[in-house]
Structures are given as C-alpha cells and as structure tokens.
Design a binder for this molecule. Sequence first.
Ligand SMILES: [Zn+2]
Length: 340
Amino acid sequence: MSDELTPTISVQEISIQELFSEISDVTVVYNNPPWEALSQILPTPTQSISAWNMDIEHLEEIASTTPATSTVVGVGGGTALDTAKFLAWKHGSTLIQVPTITSVDAGFTDAIGVRVNGNVQYVGKIMPKMVVLDIPLIRSAPKHLNRAGVGDVLSCHTGLFDWKLAIDAKQENRWNDNLYALGRSLLDELEAAIGDIGAVTEPGVRFVADAYRRIGAACAVAGHSRFEEGSEHFLVYALEHATGDHYVHGEVVAMGVTAMASVQGNDVERVRKIVSQSGVRANPLDIGISQQQFFETLKSVAEYTTREQLDYSIVNSHDITESEISAAWNTVTSLPRVNI
Ligand SMILES: [Zn+2]
C-alpha cells in the first residue's frame, strides 16, 4: 500500500565525496556547520551560497544575482534544503539534496516553503532528482538535531486527527484511505524504532530518512500534506510569526503535537511516551518558549489559520478555552527536560 504512494524519490546511500566526484557545474547552497569542514575535502563547486534567511525578498535577490548552473545541491538543514529548492526551481536546475541532519523533512518534499511577511507560504514545487543519505555525516552532527526527526513523523498523530475532523465537519473533501493508513503505519513504526532514533544509531537515521521519503512522495502524489501537517504545525507557524524566533523544526513540532493532542483529547499518553523515549527536546522551557507566548499564541491561533487560509483543524472547531490552554501548557511542561 505504501508503495503506491511512494514511487518517485530516489534516495542514495552514498558519501557526499562520491556525489561530488560525479557532478560538475554546481551551485552549493549550504548551512555552516558543516560546510566549512566539508569544503576542505570536496572539489570546489562553481559557486556556493550561505542559506540563513527564508524571506521571499532575500531568495528572489539570490536567484536574480546568481548565475544559473546545471545542478543545485542543498547541504545542511531546513534553510539550506529549502533555499536550494527555490534556486533550482527559479533556474530550472537539477536539484540534489544532502541533508546533514534529520531535523526536518524538507529535503524529501517537493513544496518550496518560504517566508512572506513572516509567514510560511508554499510558492512552488520541485522534486529532488536525488537525496544523498550520507549516514556517517548525519551521525556526526549534534544528537539533538537528529532526535528532532521525531517531530515531522509524530505530526501524523495530530495531522490525521485534524484531517478526519475536517472531513466529518464537511470542511474538506480530499480523502484517501491509503494516505490515512500510511500515517497510522508511520506512527506505529516510529514507536517501534524510537530507541534507535533516540540513540541516533545507523538504523535510527535510516528509519527517519525513509519515513521522510515516504511522506514526501505521498504528499507529492496527493498534492497536499493533510495527513502529516495539521494544527501542530499551525501552532508552530503562529509562534514563529508572533515571536520572530526560529526553532529547531522537529523539536518545536514535537512540542506542538503534544500541545494539540491535549486540546484534541487525542491519546496524549502515546505522544508523551514517544517524545520521552526519543529524548527529543520538546519542553517549551528548553526550547525557549514562555508561558505567556504559549498562551497568547494558542488564544490567537484560530484567527491566524483563518487569516493565512490554512486547513481546517481542531482550532476552528470551537473556541479554545482558557482551561484547555492551561491543560496543554501543563502537559508540555511535564515533558522531560533535555539540556544539551
Ligand atoms: Zn514539518
């Protein structure tokens, strides 16, 4: 069943050195670390661009001032992978992604996420020709950045709930049994692999990457990401918009899943167990989110999703009450503290 939904993304388990020995006329879009160290051992690319700012104006400027090359390679985390998507899309280049951490699924998805006036917007689509999975390189990163891989898989827990809720409320007509089953299966598999993910073992890294591959392919086929993106992501977008801060994606999403599972009344204990056993940093007191920010954002998240025309979710089904917000806060602050 999952195979029907995952026909398109080629993931190659090779080293970044092998990749670079096979390509030329390359723009590298990177995060540092790890680029400075990698550049010492790789052939010099045609050009290299530091990724740090996802504002659309900044990305347009890069695209208009940078000569096109036949290949764009993203090397790093979310900002590098999304900037590489944008540049390859604008220049009509072949896109190759080299995630060096597993904190976000952006390397495996086709939707190009940028910021417009501080809000996440998807401006276009491009499929990577290849995703390079250099497991030793990924495992050399700080562990918390790879444990964060839990977030973009665990988001199926609240995403599926919101999707079903929208269907039942007749606010949504995009339904697909296979996609729903894929989300359920990913959650079961995540639970089974949680020890490996927490320890950042080779099978743990491989599991997260393969889950991302299946999610990315399924979203590309379906043309939407309802099964893995719901109110937990919307809370994150609203928080980032309100505070102007950027968090490690998978960490703040893991917090968002825990908070919204509480509001949904949706098996919070399962989420708590997965978050706790993975060791992912998801307690807002570790992430740098205050009680006031949390309360204000949850109070205004429905307004935010309406304004940004985000999908229907639990936050639109009723006015979230003060006691629901308190319960959610108590739940997220009772997650294990993780000091890195
Ligand atoms: Zn995400």
